[in-house]
Design a protein around this ligand. Structure first.
Ligand SMILES: [Zn+2]
Length: 77
C-alpha cells in the first residue's frame, strides 16, 4: 500500500536525541510501507525533519512545533 499523503506531526524542539557523528537531532521512524526503520534528521533550519523510506523512497516530513509530542519514535503508514 502506498499513500501519497504528506504526514505532519507537531514535535517539541527539545528532548530529542542527537546523533553523535552529525550533532543533528533525529527521529526514529518505521516505514510501514516496507517494514523498515530509518533515522530522519532535523533540517538545517531547525523547523522540520525530512526523511525518505530507504526502500521505496516515500517521503516523510515532520514539523517542529512548540507543545508537540515528546515522542521520538513514529510509524509512517
Ligand atoms: Zn517504503
Amino acid at each position: 500500500m502506498s499513500d501519497p499523503r504528506d504526514y505532519k506531526h507537531d514535535l517539541s524542539s527539545d528532548q530529542k536525541p542527537v546523533d553523535e557523528s552529525t550533532a543533528r537531532p533525529y527521529l526514529s521512524v518505521q516505514f510501514a510501507c516496507c517494514g523498515v526503520y530509518q533515522r530522519i534528521y532535523r533540517d538545517r533550519d531547525g523547523q522540520s525533519y525530512h526523511g525518505r523510506c530507504p526502500k521505496c523512497g516515500k517521503p516523510v516530513r515532520f514539523a517542529v512545533g512548540q507543545g508537540g509530542t515528546d515522542s521520538r519514535f513514529f510509524i509512517v503508514r
